[in-house]
Design a protein. Sequence first.
Length: 180
Amino acid sequence: MRVTRTVRDFQNALLTLLKTNSFDHLTVDQICNEALLHRSSFYRYFNDKYDLLEQTLDSQISQIADNGDPEEDVIKQFVLYIDGHKDMIRHLASSNSHSSLYTEMLQIFSQVLLDRRTQSKTTDTVILSLKKAKNPEMTAYVFSGAIIGAFYWWQKNNYNVPTEEFINFAKQSVLSLSNN
């Protein structure tokens, strides 16, 4: 999907606001003010702030996956992103009033794993395990659920586990779910 400059401005505004504000408390007016755009422009592209959030998450996760080396460890890429954006994730994770957020993240991350599976060259053990799976789609969802659950746990525990230790734990947890 081609993202217009206006959509990107709204997404950037949301990401900026999430550094200091809980998603639950953000309003469309705040997002419009931060983006320096009018409410009518907002509603031309989004149904509500949840729609903006879902499109922004999709864009961010896809960007992480697209910009990474296909031979790099996908879990490590995402953990390093989260490690560098802890405040934003903290303000996003505090939101539990929109139950489809978890589902959206699960779908996006699963698709990233499935897309990585089709690349011919990889040394990523998670992707190699996914390539061997009898039901790759279901396996991608199981792996994604484990990874996202670990992310929530890490955030809930104030990121007190060192990043490298968390990466190794997440990878081992996902691999323990495979038949290897």
